[in-house]
Design a protein around this ligand. Structure first.
Ligand code: MEV
Length: 292
């Protein structure tokens, strides 16, 4: 039996804009999905859920095409909340391909697993950037799409979960419709998010968390302008800032799900998020795909 784990992620800058070719910066976090793969007499997935199984089945098919095995039994467990903007499907896809890679001695590198996982996400979801799968496979703080590693940010990360589900496909479609209706304005917003990401990269490289936080706040407002915000997300972002966060923004597709904040007072920020009705998650920057 082969076991692999892979992390969820937060997006510090650039979600949605990354779908249109702008850069993004994402960061692997300490919540992980764990998958075991074992040669078997029939192919089965445990637990067999409507949300996770399409990614796992698709990953099995991709690996079968590469190395030509018969059947496999897959077991999935995950700490990453689903439909919450924390990259749970990418974590499951990357961990599944990692476990299959080991079980069937496919010899894929982490970057090859990232690319194959992106292919799986695209087939299941339709439009998907490489952000979630690449961050889960490679870990750390990454500039997408090239996968350049940045140094770890020098402050704490506190996530706030609204508890409202976020549907990536629906939110990505919403931005596409917005872009069709208001092409010039939407393109400007997307370009500006790209500029914020570039400025954010320099600030992270210089270790300037204060100004990185300010740019995260601006990025939040532009995501709101793209129509993927909601009152619960803005309430948690405001609460995090009032609770000492240097910056806070939507992470992932939006429309529900989570905010991410950076802070030097993680306990105070977490308490403020809780008081505002969210579930705080204190997390850390994490490594990528791991063969257990
Ligand atoms: C969702 O995980 C992040 C989005 O930018 C979509 C994508 O990058 O595929 C909204």
């Amino acid at each position: 039996m082969s076991v692999c784990s892979a992390p969820g992620r937060v997006c510090l800058f650039g979600e949605h804009a990354v779908v249109y070719g702008e850069p993004a910066i994402a960061c692997a976090i300490s919540l992980r999905a764990k998958v075991s793969a074992k040669k078997s007499k029939k192919t089965e997935i445990k637990p067999n859920t409507a949300r996770k199984s399409p990614y796992v089945l698709n990953a099995v098919e991709e690996m079968r095409t590469l190395v030509g095995f018969e059947d496999v039994s897959i077991n999935v467990t995950s700490e990453v909340p689903v439909a919450s903007g924390l990259g749970s499907s990418a974590a499951i896809t990357v961990a599944t391909l990692g476990a299959l890679n080991k079980e069937f001695c496919a010899g894929l590198t982490d970057r090859e697993i990232a690319a194959l996982s992106h292919k799986v996400e695209r087939s299941v979801q339709g439009l998907a950037s490489p952000m979630d799968t690449m961050t889960s496979a490679l870990g750390g703080v990454l500039v997408i799409p090239d996968g350049r590693k940045l140094k770890n940010i020098n402050c704490d990360i506190v996530v706030g979960n609204t508890g409202a589900r976020s549907d990536t496909r629906e939110q990505v479609r919403k931005v596409a419709v917005f872009k069709k209706k208001y092409p010039d304005v939407t393109s400007q917003i997307i370009k500006t998010i790209g500029s914020i990401t570039c400025a954010g990269e320099n600030l992270i490289a210089r270790g300037d968390c204060e100004r990185t936080g300010k740019l995260m706040n601006m990025n939040h407002m532009l995501l709101d302008a793209l129509g993927v915000g909601c009152s619960e997300l803005t309430a948690l972002a405001d609460a995090a800032r009032k609770g000492g966060a240097l910056g806070a923004k939507i992470t992932g597709a939006g429309g529900g799900g989570c905010i991410v904040s950076i802070t030097r007072q993680p306990d105070v920020t977490a308490r403020a998020i809780k008081k505002a009705g969210g579930v705080p998650i204190k997390t850390k920057i994490s490594e990528g795909l791991k063969y257990e």
